[in-house]
Design a protein around this ligand. Structure first.
Ligand code: ACO
Length: 375
């Protein structure tokens, strides 16, 4: 029995994976051998999803084939739409998404759900997640669902579904890059949850349901919403430093900073900082960008912490017209490619994930009959 507990499994090597490499000291993120900076510059989300699922970049024909398979899968079964209709208008989008993915499993053919053929489930979930989020978001506002637009690529279609309008080429590209950047991140908490579920030989939909529940927490997926709360809490740029200082004085964490693996700037933050500025310039609104730069300066000076992916992503989504409470569901739209790639990898080389705990409770107590117990 190991003596040392690594709290939060920090630095514990839990399994081998060929999918994603993070160099936390150099600030590098690599999918299947390709640097994220190159992928963000040249590729598309569909291309990256193919890369994660198949381990190699697609040819033109393979990419077109993938796009052709994804598009019809955007449409939801009527039973699922009816279920979304019955959720209370107060349901949080992440609760609704987790429920919908779980329900979708009951409507899908069994062979798309486990083992090697669950690639069918990976395609289905990747295509359907934006539609689920869009339909629930619109229903709770009393709006009719949007018709699916098969001619749009994944990022453009996602932006259309989340905002109800077609984006400009710059906006569509910004979202495509954000989706690429969030598609995988090695053994982050939600991916680990997905792999633990798959390691019991459970199905892909169960694994993704576990992952969505794990992503929901503010230390993982919800941080960018809280970054926007901070930026909006002040009336002008001059007040932002004091707002950060107050939070630090109360020993509060500043969302969008720090990372378990990166000890330098998260490379995704570097790319999103640039997109936050580009979109701000295009919209004639650099407020968020200016405030974020100031927050960065203060947090680095006071705590020596570097930005993570969540610092700038909220401003990018806000400039794209995406409401705050859809930020985490949007994270899932992208990360589902990584979750499903990891589940497929888990099925290839399966070993039940079952660590051990260091027992710190009492031992050898004598059972006392209930009538003899005192409070
Ligand atoms: N603001 C203020 N202080 C911080 C922050 C922060 N954002 N992050 C870490 N610290 C401090 C902690 O208070 C702690 O200080 P102490 O030793 O004086 O108590 C020290 O840095 C180490 O913190 P840990 O929590 O041990 O570091 P860990 O590796 O567990 O944390 C985490 C990583 C959870 C991301 C943390 O940095 C955090 O809470 N950040 C804010 C939330 C956030 O931005 N999450 C998004 C992460 S990226 C993603 O999931 C997509």
């Amino acid at each position: 029995m190991p003596e040392e507990v690594q709290k939060g499994l920090e630095d514990v090597v839990a399994l081998s994976s060929r999918i994603t490499f993070i160099d936390g000291k150099e600030g590098r993120l690599v999918y299947e051998g390709y640097d994220i900076r190159e992928l963000a510059e040249h590729s598309t989300f569909e291309e990256v999803a193919y890369l994660l699922w198949y381990g190699r970049l697609p040819t033109t024909t393979q990419l077109e084939d993938l796009r052709g398979r994804l598009r019809p899968l955007r449409t939801l079964p009527e039973e699922l739409r009816a279920l979304l209709d019955r959720l209370p208008a107060t349901a949080s989008p992440m609760d609704a998404l987790r429920t919908a993915v779980s329900a979708l499993a009951t409507l899908e053919p069994g062979e798309t759900r486990t083992g090697a053929s669950s690639i069918g489930g990976a395609l289905r979930l990747t295509a359907a997640l934006p539609t689920i989020i869009s339909e629930q978001h619109r229903r709770r506002q009393g709006l009719a669902p949007l018709p699916v637009r098969p001619e749009l690529d994944h990022a453009a279609h996602t932006l259309y579904q989340l905002t109800g309008r077609e984006g400009t080429p710059l906006e569509n590209r910004a979202l495509d890059v954000a989706l690429i950047l969030h598609a995988d991140h090695e053994l982050n908490a939600s991916t680990f949850a997905a792999r633990v579920t798959a390691s019991t030989l459970s199905d892909l939909y169960s694994a993704v349901t576990s992952a969505i529940g794990t992503l929901k927490g503010p230390l993982h997926g919800g941080a960018n919403e809280r970054v926007m709360e901070l930026l909006r809490s002040v009336a002008n740029d001059e007040e932002i430093e004091a707002a950060v200082q107050q939070r630090l004085a109360r020993h509060e964490r500043i969302m969008g900073f720090g990372h378990r693996v990166y000890k330098v700037e998260d490379p995704r933050a570097t790319i999103l900082r640039d997109w936050s500025r580009r979109l701000g310039e295009a919209a004639g609104n650099l407020t968020w960008y200016r405030r974020l730069r100031r927050v960065e300066e203060v947090v680095h000076r006071e705590k020596g912490l570097y930005p993570n992916v969540d610092l700038y992503s909220g401003s990018v989504y806000t400039l794209l017209g995406i409401p705050d409470d859809l930020f985490t569901p949007l994270f899932a739209v992208s990360r589902v490619a990584g979750w499903t790639a990891h589940v497929l990898e888990e099925y290839e080389d399966l070993r039940l994930i079952r660590p051990v705990a260091q027992y710190i409770g009492p031992n050898h107590l004598t059972y006392v009959p209930i009538e003899q117990r005192t409070a």
